[in-house]
Design a protein around this ligand. Structure first.
Ligand SMILES: [Zn+2]
Length: 145
């Protein structure tokens, strides 16, 4: 009998995680369908005054942003669902250490362990400050002349 790479997860835990991914995917699909329905119904109601349609546009823009985020998340769920069948699932992409079940059940699409995630977030904010101070430096040397 071969040992799975992600043997820190029991079959039962893996099944629970897969369930969660499937229900998240289902939730997003339902949301999309509801929204599509709303738009179709709205466009059937016909003439509106300008204020109404301006409001509609704002709502639509907000919805699109929401939908973009949701569709990215949806893609991630689908990717994770195909990974969940392999023993790569639940292993950190960065250091290869197992990701704890409690972290996975809270966020089943996690690809990094908590330590690597924190590390990458720290690096991101550091890069941000470095970029900022560099551009500030340029501004200062320009005004110094
Ligand atoms: Zn890690």
């Amino acid at each position: 009998m071969s040992v799975r790479l992600n043997s820190h997860l029991s079959d039962k835990q893996l099944a629970a995680l897969k369930d969660k991914l499937l229900s998240e995917a289902e939730r997003i699909r339902t949301n999309f369908q509801l929204k599509k329905h709303e738009y179709e119904n709205n466009s059937l109601t016909g003439a509106k005054d300008e204020v109404d349609s301006a409001n509609d546009n704002i709502l639509l823009a907000a919805d699109m942003r929401f939908s973009n985020r949701e569709s990215l998340y949806y893609k991630k769920i689908m990717k994770t669902l195909s990974k969940v069948e392999t023993d790569q699932y639940g292993m950190c992409d960065e250091c290869g250490e197992p990701i704890t079940f409690s972290r996975l059940i809270a966020r089943p699409t996690s690809e990094m362990c908590i330590l690597c995630k924190e590390e990458s977030e720290r690096e991101e904010s550091q890069n941000f400050f470095e970029r900022r101070s560099k551009s500030l430096g340029t501004v200062m040397s320009v005004t110094g002349h």
